[in-house]
Design a protein around this ligand. Structure first.
Ligand SMILES: Nc1ncnc2c1ncn2[C@@H]1O[C@H](COP(=O)(O)OP(=O)(O)OP(=O)(O)O)[C@@H](O)[C@H]1O
Ligand SMILES: [Mg+2]
Length: 250
């Protein structure tokens, strides 16, 4: 039986006096890819930020491996094996690819740090060969797809057990998206648990084990990917037209 890695129990959170998450219940098991779906403004990014403590949780709790996180500091969470790849990537443009990757390793525990960094870097180079070729270039000179790879690579430098990905496909060409989702599949095979926020529900559910649909700060539906794909309301509201139904061109 798989173990529960992350649990949200009645989580409420928001910005200032504006509550955005109105009591979220979710459970993510060790080793699975869990998709968070929903339209613009549904609260998907806020949910990831609440998990890592970038927005304060005003009620309910976030539980990691059975322990409730209280006023979690993002750097503390990195040490607990959680890494967020934020929407918009947040790279340091003038710094090189290698320097951006090093920053991702900054929060590793000091003991064994050097070896851990080398191992993590070797994995990033293997997963994203193009980054290895561009290590001396400033991050700002990378293409959008390469920047997304760097953002994921930087998160992997802390060797997370739980990776939170916020819309990794946003604005990217289909070929690059396929490459990034190939890496997501590979990380899953490596045993990394992934919470994947995506507006492209079809794409996300193809790569996820389970998922949840959010609407205005609430989870309105959750289940296995197969269940969500078969659900009529998901199909009509969140997936748009079904491939094949409109006659796939070419
Ligand atoms: N920094 C902020 N300050 C105030 N309100 C915010 C802030 N960020 C988001 N919101 C509001 O919170 C709600 C949820 O936003 P959030 O970014 O979590 O949605 P989302 O599901 O990630 O949307 P998208 O698909 O566009 O990324 C929206 O109404 C948004 O306007
Ligand atoms: Mg968002």
């Amino acid at each position: 039986m798989s173990e529960r890695l992350l649990e949200l129990r009645g989580v409420r959170a928001g910005y200032g006096h504006v509550e955005v998450l109105h009591g979220i219940d979710l459970a993510v098991d060790e080793g699975e890819v869990f998709a968070i779906l929903g339209a613009n403004g549904a609260g998907k990014s806020t949910l990831l930020k609440a998990i890592v403590g970038l927005v304060p949780v005003s009620a309910g709790e976030v539980v990691l491996r059975g322990a409730t996180l209280r006023r979690q500091k993002p750097e503390r969470l990195v040490r607990d094996g959680v890494a967020l790849v934020p929407e918009g990537r947040w790279l340091f443009g003038p710094m090189t690819v290698a320097e951006n990757l090093e920053l991702g390793a900054a929060c590793l525990p000091t003991a064994g740090k050097k070896q851990a960094c080398q191992d993590a870097l070797a994995r990033v180079r293997r997963l994203f060969p193009v980054l290895a070729e561009r290590e001396r270039q400033p991050a700002a000179t990378l293409s959008g797809g390469e920047q997304q790879m760097l953002a994921i690579g930087r998160a992997l430098m802390s060797r997370p057990r739980l990776l939170l990905l916020d819309e990794p496909s946003l604005g990217l060409a289909p070929k690059v998206i396929a490459e990034i989702f190939g890496v997501i599949d590979e990380l899953r095979r490596d045993g990394v648990t992934i919470v994947l926020v995506e507006q492209d529900a079809m794409l996300a559910l193809k790569h996820a084990d389970r998922g949840a649909v959010m609407r205005t700060g609430e989870v309105v539906l959750d289940g296995t990917s197969a269940e969500l794909l078969a659900d009529d309301s998901v199909r009509t509201i969140y997936l748009g037209s079904w491939p094949g139904e409109e006659g796939e061109s070419a």
